[in-house]
Ligand binder design. Structure first.
Ligand code: FES
Ligand SMILES: [Fe+2]
Length: 356
């Protein structure tokens, strides 16, 4: 697309409204918040949201903004608590978002309308989704598309083995466009291409040509000798979920605008992207293993994470170089390859429809 789409603050502001503060965003894993009071804080541009496990086991989300004079309430990225107390004047909220205490305020103050502002959340096969929309889009299509395949990966009962956060100096759409083609793979991903039986199978058509579908799930076969997506193909952990039936295969899940997953027989990798301005994207890559795995005894974290650290970092470098080039006064968009970049064209259709 044209240069402005990747740099202009006014276009970025429209994306925040039309896409990021509307759609279902992947924010984390069921196992990030296993017990009541466990929470994670998610930063989406200027918005900060607390995702917290409730006493009844459900999950709720609240804007991380005090209802007194607007201070951020929680500063830690995650934790476990019985209540949220504002650091400014100590107004205190329950984990259900209700205002519980506000010292030195008039005794007849009605506290009921002063609870934290809620946001919508859903859990799907161990993945937590958040929407900041007043009326969130339909979630049933994600359940229909992903649940039949995703449950077998065992994400809902997994252990988090490793998390790496990246700040990528590129527009979030360049990261998706890169993700949606493997034209670049032979020259840029020596480890990744070795593991794939057929590069094309990774390029399951997504988004669809209408741009209306926001999630997908498919399985692919790995190259002969590759039991899992590791450097060299050897197992890197105990079998995960129904892993015995998935040796030599991967499960791929994607949801627009911010999530993809590669599940192997012995581990899962999730990637979450969140924009932090037109030129900056925060990326979190997580590695999950079976709930029965002993992280100290059963895993070599370096081996577990190597394949996707290498592949991810190769991609971030590509995207940063592209951002730099696209910002040049000489840049103008060139043609896409119909055989290699059809999903880039589909992504652009999806994006333009959403922005319109
Ligand atoms: S701003 Fe939170 S208590 Fe005053
Ligand atoms: Fe790549």
């Amino acid at each position: 697309m044209a240069r402005d789409v990747y740099v202009e603050p006014s276009i970025y502001a429209r994306e925040l409204e039309a896409i990021w503060r509307h759609d279902w965003l992947f924010v984390g894993h069921t196992v990030d918040v296993p017990r009541p009071g466990d929470y994670v804080v998610v930063e989406l541009d200027a918005d900060s949201v607390i995702v917290v496990r409730q006493a009844d086991g459900s999950i709720a989300a609240f804007h991380n903004v005090c209802r007194h004079r607007g201070s951020l309430l929680v500063e830690q990225a995650n934790g476990s608590t019985r209540s949220f107390s504002c650091p400014y004047h100590q107004w205190t909220y329950g984990i259900d978002g209700a205002l519980r205490a506000c010292r030195n305020m008039p005794g007849d103050l009605d506290m009921r309308p002063l609870g934290l502002r809620p946001a919508s959340v859903r859990e799907l096969a161990g993945l937590i989704y958040l929407s900041l929309a007043e009326a969130p889009p339909d979630f049933a299509s994600a359940e229909q598309t992903m649940l039949p395949l995703a449950d077998a990966q065992g994400l809902a009962r997994a252990k988090i083995a490793a998390v790496v956060d990246y700040q990528v100096d590129a527009n979030w759409k360049l990261i998706w466009e890169n993700n949606r083609e493997c034209y670049h793979c032979d020259a840029n991903h020596p480890q990744y291409v070795q593991a794939q039986l057929d590069r094309e199978t990774g390029l399951f058509e997504f988004p669809d040509v209408t741009g209306a579908v926001w999630c997908s799930a498919n399985q692919t076969e790995l190259a002969p000798g590759f039991l899992t997506e590791s450097v060299g193909g050897a197992r890197v952990g105990p079998l995960m979920g129904d892993g015995a039936s998935r040796i030599g295969h991967t499960l791929r899940l994607r949801t627009l605008p911010n999530f993809w997953h590669h599940g192997s027989c012995d581990y899962a990798m999730t990637t979450r992207i969140l924009p932090a301005g037109p030129r900056r994207t925060n990326v979190r890559v997580s590695w999950l293993v079976d709930t029965g795995a002993d992280i100290a005894r059963d895993l070599d974290l370096d081996e577990l994470t190597r394949f996707w650290r290498l592949t991810s970092e190769q991609d971030w470098r590509i995207c940063e170089r592209q951002q730099h080039g696209v910002e040049s006064s000489a840049y103008e968009p060139g043609p896409l390859s119909p055989s290699e970049e059809y999903n880039v064209a589909n992504f652009i259709s999806w994006y333009l429809r959403r922005l319109a």
